[in-house]
Design a protein around this ligand. Structure first.
Ligand SMILES: Nc1ncnc2c1ncn2[C@@H]1O[C@H](COP(=O)(O)OP(=O)(O)O)[C@@H](O)[C@H]1O
Ligand SMILES: [Mg+2]
Length: 254
């Protein structure tokens, strides 16, 4: 099962969600691969030791330079989690793919030989709707959309949904929206509650029952290259991401 985590807005919790649901599902005994496609490489930096010392990255295998997918899989600092790391060189990828016949399908082809080795492959995507995100949606069986519970948070989701629809029409007909995760929720503010209501009105039962609250522990854990489950196992963020992992398993089985 390949799941892309996408929303072309930055700072909505894509990377935090990718890392912590990967860690939660690994704790439940699943074999997990996290593919970092964002040139900013935040997922990589948050869970790989000395990433600047790594010779290869996703870029090398996507550009057909004779590197195999197996050669770019590294062990992360999070138990049970493998990673395909990103590098800033990924920023050069999109201009190279424009006009290539297989320009939308490179990631799908890269993941094909190894997908059976993992129970879940998560793809963390950049904050754009460019070719990298399109490659991610082409490669995925389903997509999770994190939405921040703040003013204007729904702005732009139409574009994302349109892109998903186009991709379903063009080629990946089985692509599903696995669900919407509300992130950075602050129960003290009325705006958070209002936004939650609005998102539920728009997306109905696509919205995960568990929301992710704003929490300092979730913000701090990447600096220590830890998931929330080792960094602050008793925190609200740990409970919530664990619940979301359980919801994912339920939704996948449906
Ligand atoms: N639930 C949360 N509570 C507090 N801070 C969070 C939470 N989720 C994410 N953050 C912080 O917000 C910033 C953006 O989150 P990130 O996951 O990197 O978003 P994206 O990948 O969508 O850009 C990061 O500094 C991250 O640590
Ligand atoms: Mg990110």
């Amino acid at each position: 099962m390949i799941i892309a985590i996408a929303n072309q807005k930055g700072g909505v919790g894509k990377t935090t969600t990718a890392i912590n649901i990967s860690a939660a599902l690994a704790l439940l005994g699943n074999r997990i691969l996290l593919v970092d496609t964002d040139p900013q490489a935040h997922s990589t930096v948050s869970c790989v030791n000395d990433p600047s010392k790594l010779e290869f990255s996703l870029y090398d295998v996507l550009t057909n330079s004779g590197i195999k997918t197996e050669d770019v899989i590294v062990t992360s600092t999070i138990p049970g989690l493998d990673v395909i790391n990103s590098k800033i060189s990924m920023a050069k990828l999109e201009p190279m793919l424009i006009g290539e016949i297989d320009g939308h399908f490179r990631l799908k082809d890269v993941l094909a030989p190894i997908r059976k080795k993992y129970d879940f492959i998560f793809i963390d995507t950049p904050p754009t709707l460019g070719l990298i995100t399109i490659n991610s949606l082409m490669a995925a069986d389903s997509v999770i959309i994190p939405i921040q519970s703040s003013y204007l948070s729904l702005e732009g989701t139409d574009d994302l949904l349109e892109t998903i629809d186009k991709i379903k029409k063009i080629s990946n007909t089985e692509l599903k929206i696995l669900g919407i995760i509300i992130t950075l929720f602050d129960k003290r503010t009325n705006i958070s509650k209002d936004v939650l209501k609005r998102i539920k009105k728009v997306f109905g039962d696509k919205v995960f029952d568990t929301v992710v609250s704003k929490s300092v522990k979730l913000e701090e854990s990447p600096a220590y290259k830890e998931s929330i489950f080792t960094f602050a196992p008793q925190s609200i963020g740990a409970t919530q991401y664990q619940e979301i992992a359980r919801e994912i398993i339920k939704r996948v089985k449906k």
